[in-house]
Unconditional design. Structure first.
Length: 301
């Protein structure tokens, strides 16, 4: 939908801005044989990998897919397994498509910029591009070529050869960047076309379904917030003796040391039966203990 397109555009723009700042403040080619390739590929690949992982982590569908899968699959019958597998594959493809926006943008922008590629492969330029000193050894030639990304390290007599090599590598890098963009655009377009062709819904029905899912999720989130607040309020009221936010509080409850200790500490989801959990130590205390103890009346004045 439009929200997905806008979100992807924002991610791409932020990635482009981050790449420019990242290159300006951190990238400095070592210009040393054997190190350029590792350094250049690290700046190309590692940020893209991090962005891919972050893209997966920030997608709610990822956690919806993996949370509770063990107990869920135990109940899947053989007749429904194929359908479940198809659904999981579809969701994985959707998640991956969203997660690839930032890393692909990073790779495309860095390739079009050319600096990382030039640093990585300068020492591997074919010999016929380097004609200034044909009698040097192969290792010496590689050492000299590795210095080409750093203009201040290149001898004056090799300036022209250096310029030709840099132009060649920048051309290769930018062509690779535009090819990457073209492949991604064509792949996305064909994916949408195939999804539309195999969809059981008509165009207007699909728009209605998308609107319904969006509205249902919004309403569910609102109900979740209100329901959990009201449910938690009952437990807090039992512990302290009043409802938070009340204007006319007649009395308050003074919890004992044992009760403070019972709700303090670390806890996460205690299973009480086949269908229910205790969500916190306070929740566990409120369901088990009676709200007896010391109460203190509040002077209305």
């Amino acid at each position: 939908g439009k929200e997905v397109i806008v979100a992807n555009a924002i991610i791409a723009i932020l990635t482009i801005g981050g790449q420019q700042l990242f290159s300006f403040f951190t990238f400095s080619c070592p210009c040393h044989v054997g190190q350029n390739l590792t350094y250049g590929l690290a700046f190309l690949g590692v940020p893209a990998l991090i962005l891919l992982i972050v893209g997966y982590a920030l997608n709610n569908q990822t956690w919806r897919l993996v949370t509770g899968r063990r107990s869920h699959f135990e109940k899947v019958t053989s007749s429904n397994r194929l359908l479940k597998c198809k659904l999981v594959c579809f969701v994985l493809c959707s998640i991956t498509g969203r997660a690839l926006v930032a890393p692909v943008t990073w790779l495309a922008v860095t390739l079009i910029n050319g600096s990382y590629y030039i640093c990585a492969v300068s020492e591997y330029v074919p010999v016929y591009y380097y004609a200034a000193a044909p009698n040097v050894t192969a290792s010496e030639r590689s050492r000299i070529l590795a210095t080409f990304p750093c203009s201040q390290l290149v001898p004056p007599e090799l300036t022209r050869a250096r310029d030709e090599v840099i132009l060649l590598l920048r051309y290769q890098s930018q062509v690779a960047g535009w090819l990457l963009i073209a492949v991604v655009v064509i792949t996305v377009f064909l994916s949408y076309c195939l999804a539309s062709c195999f969809s059981p819904l008509s165009f207007l029905h699909f728009r209605y379904w998308s609107s319904y899912v969006h509205n249902e999720q919004e309403l569910f989130d609102e109900a979740t917030e209100q329901h959990s607040r009201l449910y938690a309020m009952q437990h807090v009221k039992k512990f302290f003796g009043f409802v938070p936010g009340s204007e006319n509080v007649k009395e308050i409850r003074i919890p004992s040391l044992r009760e403070w200790q019972a709700i303090s500490g670390l806890a996460f989801l205690k299973r009480v039966d086949e269908e229910h959990y205790d969500y916190s130590l306070l929740h566990d205390w409120a369901l088990k203990e009676r709200a007896n103890g010391k109460y203190l009346r509040i002077d209305e004045d």
